[in-house]
Write a new protein. Structure first.
Length: 229
């Protein structure tokens, strides 16, 4: 199917938010946490990439959150895409989705790994549940905390939601957590093993957190993950 770019804007250095619309489709049916596959020919090479949906279903529109890899082939091309231009898309696909019924959960992400969790929080089954949710989001710099204001707003409006950003290179006066997300695992778990943990980001972080959870007694069906490399 074809998806047409409606708008795009920068949300952090080298990170853009994209809004697409699928033509000739009354609705795009998907579950938050799924991804779409985009295929295009760039510099005479056919390239396919998978990107997590950064929004809950909303008619025939969907949103993506992408970072530009300077030496990459596909992301620089996407960053030059103009509203009105279209690309080939397949999906949505994938099973990194919130369990139903949704129960107490810890969401752990770095960088654009927050995209599926933004979709989680927009979905009715999650937003209207009484589950206790903690989102631990890691970044290097404060300006790289994606959707920070939006997530802070969710924290003030949704009972039981806690947003914990952590920085590895915090600025002077930063009052939040510091260091990698892994260093705060015990803090967010508070000794519990009967919660679901969803992890999204680069392979090294995901694998390390999975190992730490196993050591702490988590069973496999409580650990859900998506790797971005």
């Amino acid at each position: 199917m074809k998806a047409t770019l409606i708008e795009t804007y920068e949300i952090a250095p080298e990170v853009r938010h994209f809004l697409f619309e699928v033509a000739d489709a009354p609705a795009l049916d998907f579950t938050p946490g799924q991804w779409v596959s985009i295929t295009e020919t760039v510099k005479e090479k056919k390239v396919t990439r998978a990107y997590s949906l950064a929004s809950a279903p909303r008619g025939n529109r969907f949103e993506l959150c992408l970072n530009r890899v300077k030496e990459g082939l596909f992301s620089p091309w996407l960053f030059k895409l103009e509203p009105g231009q279209s690309l080939a898309m397949r999906g949505p696909l994938g099973s990194f989705t919130p369990k139903q019924p949704f129960s107490d959960s810890v969401l752990i992400a770095t960088g654009t790994g927050v995209a599926p969790f933004r979709a989680f929080l927009q979905s009715k089954p999650v937003a209207e549940s009484d589950a206790q949710i903690t989102l631990l989001l890691g970044a290097r710099y404060e300006e790289s905390l994606l959707y920070k204001q939006e997530l802070e707003n969710v924290e003030t409006t949704r009972p039981g939601f806690r947003f914990l950003p952590t920085l590895t290179r915090p600025p002077a006066g930063w009052g939040g957590l510091t260091g990698r997300v892994q260093t705060h695992l015990d803090e967010v778990l508070s000794g519990r093993t009967e919660v679901d943990v969803y992890i999204c980001g680069l392979r090294a972080m995901v694998d390390e957190v999975r190992t730490m959870l196993s050591v702490r007694g988590f069973v496999k069906n409580r650990i859900h993950f998506e790797k971005y490399d």
